[in-house]
Design a protein around this ligand. Structure first.
Ligand code: CA
Ligand code: CA
Ligand code: CA
Length: 278
Protein backbone atom coordinates (compact mmCIF):
# COMPACT_ATOMS: atom_id res chain seq x y z
CA UNK A 1 0.00 0.00 0.00
CA UNK A 2 2.77 2.33 1.00
CA UNK A 3 4.67 1.40 -2.14
CA UNK A 4 1.57 2.00 -4.28
CA UNK A 5 1.08 5.45 -2.72
CA UNK A 6 4.72 6.19 -3.24
CA UNK A 7 4.48 5.15 -6.87
CA UNK A 8 1.35 7.24 -7.35
CA UNK A 9 3.11 10.24 -5.81
CA UNK A 10 6.16 9.65 -7.97
CA UNK A 11 3.91 9.32 -11.01
CA UNK A 12 2.18 12.57 -10.10
CA UNK A 13 5.57 14.20 -9.63
CA UNK A 14 6.64 13.04 -13.08
CA UNK A 15 3.42 14.37 -14.64
CA UNK A 16 3.89 17.73 -12.91
CA UNK A 17 7.54 17.88 -13.89
CA UNK A 18 6.57 17.09 -17.51
CA UNK A 19 3.89 19.80 -17.45
CA UNK A 20 6.35 22.38 -16.20
CA UNK A 21 9.21 21.39 -18.47
CA UNK A 22 7.33 20.57 -21.69
CA UNK A 23 4.90 23.49 -21.64
CA UNK A 24 7.05 26.29 -23.01
CA UNK A 25 6.67 29.25 -20.71
CA UNK A 26 8.61 30.94 -23.50
CA UNK A 27 5.62 31.37 -25.82
CA UNK A 28 3.16 32.62 -23.25
CA UNK A 29 2.30 36.20 -22.31
CA UNK A 30 3.63 37.30 -18.91
CA UNK A 31 1.36 38.37 -16.06
CA UNK A 32 2.45 41.01 -13.56
CA UNK A 33 0.53 41.81 -10.39
CA UNK A 34 0.79 44.16 -7.46
CA UNK A 35 -1.86 45.37 -5.02
CA UNK A 36 -5.10 46.24 -6.84
CA UNK A 37 -3.51 45.99 -10.28
CA UNK A 38 -2.38 43.43 -12.82
CA UNK A 39 -1.01 43.63 -16.32
CA UNK A 40 -0.37 41.28 -19.24
CA UNK A 41 2.56 41.60 -21.64
CA UNK A 42 3.07 39.41 -24.71
CA UNK A 43 6.77 39.72 -25.61
CA UNK A 44 6.36 37.52 -28.73
CA UNK A 45 3.92 39.54 -30.83
CA UNK A 46 2.83 43.12 -31.31
CA UNK A 47 0.01 42.46 -28.87
CA UNK A 48 2.67 43.69 -26.46
CA UNK A 49 1.27 45.13 -23.26
CA UNK A 50 -2.44 44.60 -23.87
CA UNK A 51 -4.11 44.43 -20.45
CA UNK A 52 -3.76 46.79 -17.50
CA UNK A 53 -6.32 46.32 -14.78
CA UNK A 54 -7.03 48.54 -11.80
CA UNK A 55 -9.57 47.32 -9.21
CA UNK A 56 -10.98 44.80 -11.67
CA UNK A 57 -11.28 47.13 -14.69
CA UNK A 58 -9.07 46.90 -17.77
CA UNK A 59 -8.29 50.22 -19.46
CA UNK A 60 -5.66 49.21 -22.01
CA UNK A 61 -5.98 47.84 -25.54
CA UNK A 62 -2.35 48.06 -26.59
CA UNK A 63 0.91 49.68 -25.61
CA UNK A 64 4.02 48.64 -27.50
CA UNK A 65 7.16 49.74 -29.31
CA UNK A 66 8.12 50.02 -32.97
CA UNK A 67 11.50 50.92 -34.44
CA UNK A 68 13.10 52.01 -37.70
CA UNK A 69 16.78 52.03 -38.64
CA UNK A 70 17.72 54.56 -41.31
CA UNK A 71 20.34 53.64 -43.89
CA UNK A 72 22.42 50.46 -43.99
CA UNK A 73 20.75 47.49 -42.32
CA UNK A 74 17.38 49.21 -42.09
CA UNK A 75 14.15 47.76 -43.42
CA UNK A 76 13.11 51.18 -44.73
CA UNK A 77 9.91 51.05 -42.68
CA UNK A 78 8.86 50.50 -39.07
CA UNK A 79 8.51 47.11 -37.41
CA UNK A 80 7.44 46.19 -33.90
CA UNK A 81 10.30 45.33 -31.55
CA UNK A 82 9.11 41.71 -31.13
CA UNK A 83 10.11 41.08 -34.77
CA UNK A 84 13.77 41.75 -33.86
CA UNK A 85 14.24 38.48 -32.02
CA UNK A 86 12.25 35.24 -32.05
CA UNK A 87 13.76 34.16 -28.73
CA UNK A 88 14.11 37.27 -26.58
CA UNK A 89 15.27 37.16 -22.98
CA UNK A 90 12.11 37.26 -20.83
CA UNK A 91 12.66 37.59 -17.11
CA UNK A 92 9.78 38.16 -14.66
CA UNK A 93 10.65 38.77 -11.02
CA UNK A 94 8.81 39.27 -7.73
CA UNK A 95 10.56 42.29 -6.24
CA UNK A 96 7.96 43.03 -3.54
CA UNK A 97 8.12 39.56 -2.00
CA UNK A 98 4.38 38.85 -2.13
CA UNK A 99 4.70 35.86 -4.45
CA UNK A 100 3.48 37.62 -7.60
CA UNK A 101 5.81 38.89 -10.32
CA UNK A 102 5.79 42.69 -10.57
CA UNK A 103 8.93 43.34 -12.66
CA UNK A 104 9.57 42.25 -16.23
CA UNK A 105 12.73 42.56 -18.29
CA UNK A 106 12.72 41.90 -22.05
CA UNK A 107 15.82 41.82 -24.24
CA UNK A 108 15.70 41.75 -28.04
CA UNK A 109 18.80 41.54 -30.21
CA UNK A 110 19.18 41.57 -34.00
CA UNK A 111 22.64 41.72 -35.58
CA UNK A 112 21.28 42.38 -39.10
CA UNK A 113 19.49 45.51 -37.87
CA UNK A 114 22.48 46.39 -35.66
CA UNK A 115 20.05 46.86 -32.83
CA UNK A 116 19.41 45.65 -29.30
CA UNK A 117 16.35 46.79 -27.35
CA UNK A 118 15.80 46.21 -23.66
CA UNK A 119 12.44 46.97 -22.04
CA UNK A 120 11.81 46.97 -18.31
CA UNK A 121 8.39 47.16 -16.61
CA UNK A 122 7.77 47.74 -12.93
CA UNK A 123 4.17 47.56 -11.72
CA UNK A 124 3.25 49.32 -8.48
CA UNK A 125 -0.37 48.83 -7.52
CA UNK A 126 -2.17 50.42 -4.58
CA UNK A 127 -4.58 49.14 -1.90
CA UNK A 128 -7.79 47.54 -3.21
CA UNK A 129 -10.49 50.10 -3.97
CA UNK A 130 -8.06 53.03 -4.22
CA UNK A 131 -8.64 53.26 -7.98
CA UNK A 132 -5.05 53.95 -8.93
CA UNK A 133 -2.00 52.13 -10.20
CA UNK A 134 1.48 53.01 -11.45
CA UNK A 135 3.68 51.46 -14.08
CA UNK A 136 7.28 52.53 -14.58
CA UNK A 137 8.88 51.63 -17.88
CA UNK A 138 12.36 52.02 -19.34
CA UNK A 139 13.56 51.28 -22.86
CA UNK A 140 17.23 51.10 -23.82
CA UNK A 141 18.21 51.07 -27.51
CA UNK A 142 21.81 50.05 -28.28
CA UNK A 143 23.74 50.21 -31.53
CA UNK A 144 25.37 46.77 -31.84
CA UNK A 145 26.62 47.39 -35.40
CA UNK A 146 30.08 48.68 -36.27
CA UNK A 147 28.91 51.96 -37.79
CA UNK A 148 26.97 55.02 -36.63
CA UNK A 149 23.23 54.58 -37.21
CA UNK A 150 20.14 56.74 -36.93
CA UNK A 151 17.33 55.02 -35.05
CA UNK A 152 13.67 55.85 -34.54
CA UNK A 153 11.81 54.43 -31.58
CA UNK A 154 8.02 54.70 -31.48
CA UNK A 155 5.80 54.25 -28.46
CA UNK A 156 2.19 53.47 -29.43
CA UNK A 157 -0.59 53.53 -26.82
CA UNK A 158 -4.28 52.73 -27.22
CA UNK A 159 -6.19 53.14 -23.97
CA UNK A 160 -9.93 52.61 -23.75
CA UNK A 161 -11.36 54.46 -20.78
CA UNK A 162 -14.90 54.71 -22.22
CA UNK A 163 -16.81 53.33 -25.19
CA UNK A 164 -14.90 55.56 -27.59
CA UNK A 165 -15.44 58.98 -26.01
CA UNK A 166 -12.03 59.57 -24.45
CA UNK A 167 -10.07 62.75 -24.93
CA UNK A 168 -6.30 62.61 -25.39
CA UNK A 169 -3.80 65.44 -25.49
CA UNK A 170 -0.03 65.57 -25.64
CA UNK A 171 0.96 68.24 -23.14
CA UNK A 172 4.22 69.14 -24.81
CA UNK A 173 7.00 68.59 -24.04
CA UNK A 174 6.73 65.33 -22.16
CA UNK A 175 3.31 64.37 -20.78
CA UNK A 176 0.31 62.70 -22.37
CA UNK A 177 -3.11 62.84 -20.74
CA UNK A 178 -6.13 60.78 -21.64
CA UNK A 179 -9.41 60.97 -19.77
CA UNK A 180 -13.12 60.31 -19.78
CA UNK A 181 -14.47 62.84 -17.32
CA UNK A 182 -14.82 62.54 -14.49
CA UNK A 183 -13.76 59.02 -13.72
CA UNK A 184 -10.82 57.65 -15.59
CA UNK A 185 -7.54 59.23 -16.47
CA UNK A 186 -4.25 58.03 -17.76
CA UNK A 187 -1.18 60.17 -17.45
CA UNK A 188 2.12 59.25 -19.05
CA UNK A 189 5.32 61.23 -18.46
CA UNK A 190 8.38 60.51 -20.59
CA UNK A 191 12.07 61.44 -20.52
CA UNK A 192 13.74 62.58 -22.73
CA UNK A 193 11.39 64.81 -24.72
CA UNK A 194 10.20 62.95 -27.84
CA UNK A 195 11.11 64.21 -31.30
CA UNK A 196 7.51 63.99 -32.54
CA UNK A 197 4.04 63.02 -31.38
CA UNK A 198 0.69 62.07 -32.89
CA UNK A 199 -2.82 61.82 -31.47
CA UNK A 200 -5.23 60.07 -33.82
CA UNK A 201 -8.33 57.95 -34.08
CA UNK A 202 -7.86 54.16 -34.02
CA UNK A 203 -6.39 52.64 -36.16
CA UNK A 204 -4.65 55.43 -38.13
CA UNK A 205 -1.34 55.59 -36.22
CA UNK A 206 -1.10 51.80 -35.85
CA UNK A 207 -1.73 51.34 -39.59
CA UNK A 208 1.06 53.80 -40.36
CA UNK A 209 3.48 51.93 -38.09
CA UNK A 210 2.61 48.63 -39.76
CA UNK A 211 2.63 49.69 -43.42
CA UNK A 212 5.65 49.30 -45.72
CA UNK A 213 6.56 53.01 -45.88
CA UNK A 214 8.73 55.09 -43.55
CA UNK A 215 6.48 56.99 -41.15
CA UNK A 216 7.01 60.31 -39.44
CA UNK A 217 4.46 61.09 -36.74
CA UNK A 218 2.35 64.06 -37.82
CA UNK A 219 2.76 66.33 -34.78
CA UNK A 220 -0.96 66.47 -33.90
CA UNK A 221 -0.97 66.96 -30.12
CA UNK A 222 -4.76 67.05 -29.74
CA UNK A 223 -6.93 67.40 -27.78
CA UNK A 224 -8.92 64.84 -29.74
CA UNK A 225 -12.04 63.02 -28.59
CA UNK A 226 -13.20 59.61 -29.83
CA UNK A 227 -11.60 56.17 -29.92
CA UNK A 228 -8.23 57.80 -29.57
CA UNK A 229 -4.72 56.38 -29.63
CA UNK A 230 -1.41 58.20 -29.60
CA UNK A 231 2.20 57.77 -30.51
CA UNK A 232 5.55 59.28 -29.53
CA UNK A 233 8.68 59.12 -31.67
CA UNK A 234 12.31 59.54 -30.66
CA UNK A 235 14.90 60.00 -33.41
CA UNK A 236 18.57 59.71 -32.45
CA UNK A 237 22.01 58.82 -33.78
CA UNK A 238 24.17 56.27 -31.97
CA UNK A 239 27.78 55.40 -32.52
CA UNK A 240 28.76 51.72 -32.23
CA UNK A 241 28.21 50.50 -28.67
CA UNK A 242 26.22 53.58 -27.60
CA UNK A 243 22.80 53.35 -25.96
CA UNK A 244 19.78 55.67 -25.79
CA UNK A 245 17.61 55.40 -22.69
CA UNK A 246 13.94 56.38 -22.50
CA UNK A 247 11.97 56.23 -19.30
CA UNK A 248 8.27 56.74 -18.73
CA UNK A 249 5.93 56.68 -15.82
CA UNK A 250 2.27 55.75 -16.28
CA UNK A 251 -0.45 56.58 -13.83
CA UNK A 252 -3.95 55.18 -14.22
CA UNK A 253 -6.73 56.50 -12.00
CA UNK A 254 -10.46 55.92 -11.85
CA UNK A 255 -11.22 58.29 -9.00
CA UNK A 256 -13.20 61.51 -9.56
CA UNK A 257 -11.79 64.79 -8.29
CA UNK A 258 -13.30 65.78 -4.91
CA UNK A 259 -15.07 68.75 -6.55
CA UNK A 260 -16.55 66.46 -9.18
CA UNK A 261 -17.67 64.04 -6.49
CA UNK A 262 -19.75 66.78 -4.87
CA UNK A 263 -21.30 67.68 -8.23
CA UNK A 264 -22.01 64.00 -8.87
CA UNK A 265 -23.59 63.65 -5.45
CA UNK A 266 -25.82 66.64 -6.20
CA UNK A 267 -26.66 65.19 -9.62
CA UNK A 268 -27.44 61.85 -7.99
CA UNK A 269 -29.77 63.54 -5.53
CA UNK A 270 -31.51 65.36 -8.36
CA UNK A 271 -32.03 62.07 -10.20
CA UNK A 272 -33.32 60.42 -7.03
CA UNK A 273 -35.77 63.29 -6.55
CA UNK A 274 -36.95 62.93 -10.13
CA UNK A 275 -37.40 59.19 -9.70
CA UNK A 276 -39.40 59.51 -6.49
CA UNK A 277 -43.03 58.59 -7.18
CA UNK A 278 -45.45 61.51 -7.07
CA1 CA B 1 5.34 41.06 -6.15
CA1 CA C 1 5.15 53.06 -41.81
CA1 CA D 1 -8.41 54.13 -27.56
Amino acid sequence: MVTLRLRLLMGLGTVLATMFTVQPAAAAPVLLENGNSWARVDPYSQNGHDIWVVDGWNFLMKEWFWYRVDGAGGLGHEASVDTLDTSPVVLAVDTSGDGGDDNLRLKYRNADQGLAVEINYNLVGAPAGSGRTDLAETVAVTNISNAPRTFHLFLYADYLLSAGFDTAVVKWPNTVDQWFAPYHACEVAVVPVPTRCEVGLVPSTLDALNDSLPTTLNGNAGPLTGDVAWGLEWEFMLRPGESYLISENRLLTMVPEPATLSLLALGGLAILRRKRPL
